[in-house]
Write a protein that binds this ligand. Structure first.
Ligand SMILES: [Zn+2]
Length: 241
């Protein structure tokens, strides 16, 4: 399998479309190889079954321009950060060999989201240890950069940066609409709380809010614990006053 540049890891099929689909589509359009690892098959979802969601996930990946979509086969609603689950995710990271990884934020409404964040982070580290499960998934590989997708979270954390997804917003929505079994007629999803509005409208409103933080139409927010470097202050965007 040829390596990917950017890899998004999340608990459930449809999680990455909701939180970072625009960023994935934008990277793919820029010529980067983009991959997704879904940790579970979504068998616990109230709507749709695992087969339906597999077909939907495949269509959504094609819509975003994602070249590799793998499934770790962990138990939906039962994700644990254990020896076995770490090894499984390490294998998939070594197979895909990303430079940048997008993970769920470490706080979440669904326990799977919270644990997927920690499990993904731990696996990214362990994948780089040559003596950790040698040969599992391929040679040791540690991603250079981890980004936490902050969309829809209400925690008092400012995004480290927001990606301008204005030009790919319709592509993101098209990918989300692939999950008709989950979302048609829905009022909430994942970390998105219901307000009575249609789910698709809620996603648009939230994306517009994040876009406004960088004075753009639509955006997706990310957090990194480490400080970001600026090489030329004259190139800084986002007007202050
Ligand atoms: Zn989810």
């Amino acid at each position: 399998m040829p390596p990917v540049d950017l890899l998004a890891i999340a608990a459930h099929r449809d999680d990455v479309e909701l939180t970072c689909g625009g960023t994935l589509a934008k990277a793919a359009q820029a010529g980067h190889r983009v991959g997704i690892i879904d940790m579970t098959q979504g068998e616990m979802g109230t709507r749709g079954d695992a087969q339906t969601r597999a077909a939907e996930a495949e269509r959504a990946a094609q819509t975003l321009g994602v070249t590799v979509r793998l499934n770790a086969g962990l138990r939906d609603a039962h994700i644990e950060n254990t020896e076995a689950s770490r090894k499984r995710i390490v294998e998939l990271i070594r197979q895909t060999r990303p430079r940048v990884v997008i993970l769920p934020f470490a706080v979440g409404r669904h326990p799977d989201h919270r644990i997927a964040s920690e499990l993904g982070r731990d696996a990214c580290y362990l994948a780089g240890l040559a003596k950790y499960e040698p040969g599992a998934g391929g040679d040791a590989h540690r991603p250079f950069k981890l980004l936490y997708a902050l969309a829809y979270r209400e925690d008092p954390i400012k995004p480290t940066f927001v990606v301008d997804i204005s030009d790919v917003f319709e592509t993101k929505m098209q990918a989300i609409r692939c999950y008709g079994s989950q979302f048609d007629g829905a009022k909430a999803a994942g970390e998105i709380h219901p307000t009575g509005q249609d789910l698709y409208e809620l996603i648009r409103v939230q994306s517009a809010h994040y876009g406004s933080l960088i004075r753009k139409r639509y955006g997706e927010p990310f957090y990194t614990p480490e400080t970001q470097e600026v090489t030329d202050v004259m190139q800084l965007g986002v007007q202050s006053i």
